[in-house]
Ligand binder design. Structure first.
Ligand code: SF4
Length: 179
């Protein structure tokens, strides 16, 4: 079963976050469920104002969105304040900006799977940053979503699920390290 939260390519991040919360914390199941609604809200705002499609904006829209959703989920489950939940999501997106979608042979496999693993770690770190920082953030969640939209529009089509650039075409080069 694949739960597209928000997409197939980024379907590992939310489940990984849930597994961590279920297995390694004492967060009640009901709270995790409510946290998923918060995560869904974050994903919905991004979908409406930018995109959650790698074919439209690159991988930042898929893995970046999933990471922002998971960051909000973590923050909610660990009793962060509302502004900290939103800041956690903002930070997660910020550090995915510019990430290309360049799956080898166009298959949602490499680098996608590892990006999911990294995305959930970034989500947790974003939650930590949002809840421990002492300074005020300079950029809002809405602003970073708009930046993601603009950055994605500027990306070459080569990096939007076409497998025409980046990792997709460098795979198998004779001059690559280890080849
Ligand atoms: S690289 Fe492309 S296909 Fe893979 S997860 Fe990112 S957006 Fe999806």
């Amino acid at each position: 079963m694949v739960v597209t939260a928000p997409t197939n390519g980024a379907a590992g991040i939310i489940p990984a976050a849930i597994e961590y919360l279920r297995r390694d914390t004492k967060v009640p199941a009901e709270k995790i469920k409510r946290g998923l609604v918060v995560a869904a809200l974050i994903g919905f705002v991004i979908k409406e104002n930018a995109s959650i499609s790698g074919a439209e904006l690159g991988c930042m829209a898929e893995v970046g969105t999933a990471s922002a959703m998971a960051a909000a989920l973590f923050a909610f489950c660990f009793d962060a304040k509302t502004n900290e939940i939103i800041t956690a999501a903002e930070i997660a997106i910020e550090h995915h900006l510019g990430m290309t979608c360049d799956p080898i042979m166009g298959l949602v496999q490499v680098p996608c799977i590892e990006r999911n693993a990294k995305g959930v770690v970034k989500a947790y770190n974003s939650f930590l940053l949002a809840t421990t920082r002492e300074s005020e953030g300079l950029i809002t969640f809405d602003q970073v979503v708009e930046v993601m939209r603009q950055t994605g529009k500027d990306l070459s089509e080569k990096y939007k699920e076409t497998a025409k650039g980046g990792l997709a075409t460098s795979f198998g080069w004779g001059n690559m390290p280890g080849s």
